[in-house]
Design a protein around this ligand. Structure first.
Ligand code: NIG
Ligand code: FE
Length: 417
């Protein structure tokens, strides 16, 4: 039995408590705030949440048996959840960053054999051990930025061996590292050069060999595809996502990122849990997502980094789409591990409020990767993943932008930062 942990006197406790469904509309502004808040934790699980006075009445007589942490003057929130990353990869692409600054387009670099293809070459060459070490450093950085769970995608192999290598790295890191990892298979992340002009053959390989292999080893929960002009058509994407469903993999989709392509509509049609990017999603697509309850996973750091107009986050929330936000951490379009920066950008470029940005990186992010039963809010029964910030309230967290305000992080009640 571990000693209980009592975090008390938080100036503001953002619980986001209440229900396990993704928040929509005005529900995204309900943070379940408690002033002078307290959390009582036993064996890594949240046992009670309330005001410090309330918990003193309930638990005061056991104070001596507990580890007490004074959060006086600080904001405390659920651990942040990053529901869309590509954090397992080999090498780095800073030279392409320079090329893009000089005016070369992201897709042109990729079509000339750089971009995702360059990272695939470096990932194919790296040993599993090397990939593990590099990915571990990125997870450490996520944790320092208050992130306690990430989704992670394969997709820098685009051959069975390397796809499995990336997924094994995630499996082993999930066992060893404090940050929890939810794995997604993304074999159709680009068309590998050896299949150029034979895209349908590669789609068949993904469907007939890769998906069954990944599913039989239970290496992924989700199945994602880059549905984009010049990459996979909506029809090819549909085939891949439907095939994944037959093997128990839930669809996700990189949709309407560079060009409008009907990706949002497809997400609704195949019953995807989430659609990602959506910079160019149509009004009709947004309506279909709202009707079908597809979570929009918006990536404002990627839009900024590609110098693209951000997704219409405000319009999506007002249309009733549940919105989550994410770093998209990857070596090309968003090499960041900072969810706090993403929350800042959600306010500035997606026109979300500070409260909505927090909901989008906690409970809605949890729903986007199916872990809402155990994470995403501070309420009894959930695992004790918490962050204490060096600010007094949640508005200040979003207002003082581009700065890491993390003061402490607990993962399952263990202080890891
Ligand atoms: O989500 N859009 C496709 N995939 C990634 C970028 C991958 C890369 O550039 O390495 C994304 O932005
Ligand atoms: Fe992505």
């Amino acid at each position: 039995m571990r000693r209980p942990l009592w975090i008390k006197h938080a100036a503001q406790l953002v619980t986001v408590a209440g229900g396990k469904l993704p928040r929509t509309g005005t529900g995204m502004s309900e943070l379940g705030l408690i002033e002078d808040g307290s959390v009582w934790i036993e064996n890594g699980e949240i046992k009670a949440v309330g005001t410090t006075a309330g918990l003193e009445a309930e638990f005061g007589e056991w104070e001596e048996d507990a580890d007490v942490f004074e959060a006086t003057g600080h904001l405390v929130t659920p651990g942040l959840i990053d529901p869309h990353t590509h954090f397992v990869y080999g090498g780095s692409r800073e030279k392409e960053f320079e090329m893009r600054l000089e005016g070369v387009a992201y897709m042109d670099i990729m079509n000339a054999g750089g971009g995702i293809h360059a990272t695939a070459r470096m990932t194919r060459e790296a040993t599993e051990e090397e990939l593990y070490r590099q990915a571990e450093r990125r997870l450490d950085s996520f944790l320092r930025h208050g992130v306690t769970t990430v989704e992670g995608k394969s997709g820098y192999g685009m051959d069975l061996e390397t796809e499995l290598k990336q997924l094994y790295v995630m499996k082993h890191l999930n066992e060893q590292h404090p940050v929890d990892i939810v794995p997604t298979f993304m074999g159709a992340h680009a068309v590998p050069p050896e299949y150029k002009g034979r895209e349908d053959e590669f789609v068949s390989l993904v469907i007939n060999e890769m998906i069954p292999a990944v599913a039989s080893e239970k290496l992924a929960v989700y199945n994602d595809v880059f549905c984009e002009v010049g990459v996979y058509t909506p029809e090819q994407s549909r085939r891949i996502l439907e095939a994944g469903k037959k093997h128990g993999l839930v669809p996700k989709i990189h949709a309407d990122e560079i060009e409008p392509y009907g990706g949002a509509e497809l997400a609704a049609e195949v019953g995807a849990i989430s659609a990602e990017h959506l910079l160019k999603a149509s009004g009709g697509g947004i309506r279909r997502m709202a009707e079908a309850g597809v979570i929009a996973c918006l990536l404002p750091a990627t839009a900024l980094y590609l110098r693209e107009e951000a997704a219409r986050g405000r319009e999506m929330i007002d249309a009733g789409v549940p919105v989550a936000i994410s770093t998209d951490c990857n070596p090309g379009s968003s090499p960041t591990t900072s969810m706090p920066l993403v929350m800042n950008l959600a306010c500035i470029s997606l026109r979300m409020t500070p409260a909505e940005a927090l909901t989008a990186s906690t409970i809605n992010a949890a729903c986007a990767i199916g872990i809402q039963d155990k994470a995403g809010s501070i309420e009894p029964g959930k695992q004790a993943d918490l962050v204490m910030w060096n600010v007094e309230n949640y508005q200040e967290l979003q207002y003082l932008f581009g700065v890491n305000h993390v003061g402490a992080v607990w993962k399952r009640g263990e202080k890891v930062i």
